[in-house]
Design a protein around this ligand. Structure first.
Ligand SMILES: [Zn+2]
Length: 365
């Protein structure tokens, strides 16, 4: 990685094809200013060092964190230019001299943050609580949208046979985040009821499928009728168009005024208080995002009298990624909105930002 990062100073506009381990240069999709991404030609990384593997990137999953990075976020400490791409799958092309767990030709996904691997949280497998995290790839530090990257092998996870690069590229952030939210934080149980907000999003579609897979009753919100049909086809029991219906009223009516056990939130101020009103007494709300803004007000009387539990959730553990890949291998596959070439990365971000998507956008190398 250091090879690619240090080469960014002498970059040129790129027009050539994929690099190999021996090529003189490689492509790197680089954020050079707010809302400005360029496909540049940079030096490839050095051969992988001890404990490292060199990965040829095959597919990148887009997430809202990419939109935040593209727009520019006031509180994100980072330097431009920055190689984008936070979620990826690829193939090992070389390994360091001491590496025995992986070999050239192995297919892997990578953890999306540079955890230290030695702090208490890392040792306990709570990777997203690392005390010395070196940043989120593609957001704070150079990311995956380049032909080659060197990664510590401890942050790589093999892709099971039968799972494509395209689908596996949804495991490190989208699937693993949902896995962590539903099962580590909200402790969703078979047979419970859940409201999934924005059911057409990448994580919303994953949440619907994971909840249905364990026999939950799923309520979900979407922004237009064509998405309603698609959400039903995924197995959602009740789909509410939030533009034509007040979803909190609809959920209370559909549940006989009892409310649901769990709400899956990531929209933020536009829906947060309505989401709380959808919970039954003692219900759990878990949130991993706030795409509609950062702050809201909270009715504290309602919070404690209704004994709600609210979980903030960010990222996932290495275990969550393994669990996600195992689900894919068993047939629970991500919903893919579109597959686009590297050159369409920015257009794809605009599509994600405008909420036209149903499922995940994948950028292929
Ligand atoms: Zn750590």
């Amino acid at each position: 990685m250091t090879g690619a990062a240090s080469a960014l100073g002498e970059r040129q506009t790129a027009d050539s094809g994929p690099a190999s381990a021996t090529a003189a240069s490689m492509r790197a999709l680089t954020l050079v200013a707010g809302r400005k991404i360029e496909l540049l030609q940079v030096a490839p990384p050095a051969l992988p060092g001890r404990g490292e593997a060199q990965i040829a990137i095959k597919a990148i999953g887009l997430n809202h964190i990419d939109v935040w990075g593209w727009r520019g976020m006031a509180f994100a400490k980072r330097k431009l230019p920055l190689v984008v791409g936070a979620e990826a799958a690829g193939e090992v092309v070389a390994v360091g001299s001491d590496v025995e767990t992986l070999k050239a030709g192995d297919r892997v996904v990578a953890y999306g943050a540079l955890t230290c691997g030695i702090c208490k949280a890392c040792r306990e497998g709570r990777d997203n609580f690392c005390e010395n995290v070196g940043g989120v790839l593609g957001f704070h530090v150079d990311g995956f949208a380049r032909d080659l990257i060197n990664m510590p092998t401890r942050l790589l996870i093999p892709i099971p046979a039968g799972v494509s690069f395209r689908d596996a590229a949804c495991a490190p952030i989208a699937f693993a985040t949902v896995q962590h939210m539903l099962f580590d934080n909200a402790k969703l149980e078979p047979g419970e009821s859940i409201l999934v907000q924005a059911g057409g999003s990448g994580i919303g579609t994953a949440a619907i499928k994971m909840a249905k897979a364990i026999g939950c009753t799923v309520y979900t919100t979407v922004g237009d009728d064509s998405k309603a049909e698609k959400a039903k086809a995924l197995g959602a029991d009740h789909v509410i168009n939030y533009r034509t219906d007040r979803f909190e009223g609809a959920v209370r009516k559909l549940t006989g005024k009892k409310g649901v056990d769990v709400v899956f939130e990531h929209v933020g101020p536009d829906t947060f208080n309505g989401s709380l009103l959808c919970l039954k007494r003692g219900g759990r709300l878990v949130t991993c995002g706030s795409t509609s803004g950062q702050s809201t007000t909270l009715n504290l009387f309602q919070l404690y009298t209704q004994q709600y539990r609210i979980f903030g959730s960010f990222g996932a553990s290495m275990r969550n990624i393994r669990e996600s890949l195992a689900k894919m291998a068993a047939g629970l596959l991500p919903v893919i909105d579109t597959e686009v070439p590297l050159a369409d990365f920015e257009r794809a971000l605009a599509r994600l930002e405008s909420r036209q998507v149903f499922g995940k956008i994948i950028v292929l190398f």
